[in-house]
Design a protein around this ligand. Structure first.
Ligand code: BGC
Length: 339
């Protein structure tokens, strides 16, 4: 077990790094944001991260962090629950993004337990934080599988509230220049189209015969510049896909020909936000690479964005004393391309 000091926040608080390790996988996690700072499969670091805590503090790319209370956007920074209107902090134009002004990514989490292969972070998000109701006790347990990383999220509230937790890790299995040359498959026949503020319109449309279709693996960049309104609105992919089936199942597969690594994402969630890193601006990464536009891609398993305001979407409301529990795993294997 290795615990070390990663850095000091502007508030003076110390941030620690924790290492999880088995014979295939090595993961460094920060208590700041319960963040995945590094994830190595057979020695290759496949995620984006910073060396300096100041970058985590000032950046707005949410690298590797846990996102809460509510991932993605809430339209008009407000919603109605039990006939009461809640107003949130608008940090993305008139809307709320990734929890508000200070989302779960911007807090130092407590460590409840830590072994060589798992760690559980917890945090109490007080009632009224960012405008949400209920004192919410949140747990995020990261655990190693034989060849991967699992994330189990739990939460319970003392009043009805809204919860949609995810992790914002950017993957680049090649570890260089761009994520556009990775292969991606997403197990989804439908997606939720967005408006000009990147908020779902409420429709659920088929991906068939559009550049949104990833049912057959293709390069991330293959169709990304096509003249297709949905891609133009977001400057690439930034869309919620409706994962086929239900229960704990495979939702997407990402692979790198160059490093012969394949990653399967499994989840019990109904949606996955495929974000092709369109807003990355060239910040200096931990390995000396500049994280330019589309340097990494996120597969954020989640409830549908803005579901709290959209009757057609499954409700993200967590009732008082009910237990929220959901699991996502990123599993790696060796991928040998056909000669
Ligand atoms: C969203 C993007 C947003 C990004 C911030 C993603 O989850 O889908 O629209 O800009 O997070 O890093």
């Amino acid at each position: 077990m290795e615990k070390s000091i990663f850095g000091t926040l502007s508030s003076g608080a110390q941030v620690h790094a924790y290492l999880l390790k088995n014979s295939n996988v090595e993961v460094t996690l920060l208590d700041y944001g319960a963040t995945v700072q590094s994830l190595k499969y057979k020695g290759v670091d496949v995620v984006l991260g910073y060396k300096d805590i100041k970058q985590y503090e000032s950046g707005d790319d949410y690298l590797g962090a846990v996102i809460g209370r509510v991932a993605n956007r809430i339209k008009g920074a407000s919603f109605t629950l039990n006939k009461k209107k809640y107003s949130l902090y608008a940090n993305d134009g008139k809307n709320t993004l990734h929890g508000g002004k200070n989302g779960f990514n911007a807090y130092v989490w407590e460590v409840e337990n830590y072994t060589e292969t798992e760690i559980k972070f917890k945090r109490l998000s007080p009632a009224k934080e960012e405008g949400f109701s209920g004192n919410l006790l949140v747990g995020v347990r990261y655990y190693l599988t034989e060849k991967g990383l699992g994330i189990e999220y739990t939460a319970v509230s003392d009043a009805d509230t809204v919860v949609n937790l995810t992790n914002h890790t950017y993957f680049n299995l090649n570890g260089d220049e761009t994520a556009e040359n990775m292969f991606l498959k997403i197990n989804a026949d439908y997606y939720t189209p967005i408006d000009k503020n990147l908020i779902p319109t409420g429709e659920v449309l088929p991906v068939k015969d559009t550049p949104m279709d990833f049912n057959w693996a293709k390069f991330v960049g293959k169709d990304i510049e096509e003249e297709f309104e949905q891609l133009e609105l977001a400057g690439g992919y930034d869309h919620n896909y409706v994962i086929k089936g239900d229960g704990f199942r495979e939702c997407a597969v990402l692979s790198s020909g160059r490093k012969n690594i394949l990653m399967r994402c499994f989840t019990d969630r109904e949606g996955v936000q495929f974000y092709s890193g369109n807003f990355l601006k060239g910040e200096m990464g931990k390995d000396g690479y500049e994280y330019k536009k589309r340097y990494g891609v996120c597969l954020e398993t989640q409830s549908f964005p803005n579901a709290v305001n959209e009757k057609a979407f499954k409700s993200p409301v967590l009732k008082k004393d009910e237990v929220y529990k959901t699991v996502t795993e990123y599993r790696f294997e060796d991928f040998l391309p056909v000669e």
